[in-house]
Design a protein around this ligand. Sequence first.
Ligand SMILES: N[C@@H](CCC(=O)N[C@@H](CS)C(=O)NCC(=O)O)C(=O)O
Length: 218
Amino acid sequence: MLKLYHVPISFNSRRVWIALLEKKLQFELVELKLDGDQFQPDFVALNPFHHIPVLVDDGFRVIESLAILDYLEAKYPTPAMLPTEAQNLATVRMAQMVTINELAPATNLLFMQMLGVKSDESKLEEARARLATGLSFLENLLGNSSYYGGEQLSLADIVAGTTVSVLHYFNVSLDEYPILSAWCERLVQRPAWLETTTSTRDVAAFISRRKAQIAQSK
Ligand SMILES: N[C@@H](CCC(=O)N[C@@H](CS)C(=O)NCC(=O)O)C(=O)O
């Protein structure tokens, strides 16, 4: 039986959770609280870097969300979520890597600011500009396709979609990106996405808990 160690609000683990549901696999969820569970010896034995997500499949452990997605695709290839044609595969990988390497760091900075961690205005400007470049790139990359890399949901839609669909929490609007906006609307209506959405109320509770922890540690 597949077992996913996760935190529902984390987009790093939500992308794996959604892939498991989209592939209609049977799995067990183990929810961690990131204020200490990740340092418990049993968990550190699974992931010495103490990060979620971790997937365990019949005793085989996989860390790193993108490695987990590739593992799931190779082991459970139906429905296929990774095209094999060269340009489509490159499109999928570009959307994944731009999300991870460009959007996510910029989003993290805006998140820290939201929690009250001071950052230079120039760094914030840089983060906003990086997000704008990333979103325009993703808008053009999707173009006339329904999904990244073709007409079927791909791993890139899951990776990019779980990040792009929460940008409104950071006051980043998709109004200037009509293609991304429509794509995102379609994704969030899918059963797997609805099932894994954190409610606005839980997001607010999470933010105020993190704010309190940060204020306490000052
Ligand atoms: N590159 C990793 C990043 C995982 C990651 O940063 N997870 C965070 C939560 S979003 C975490 O577990 N933080 C707790 C810690 O590092 O102690 C992946 O894609 O799986």
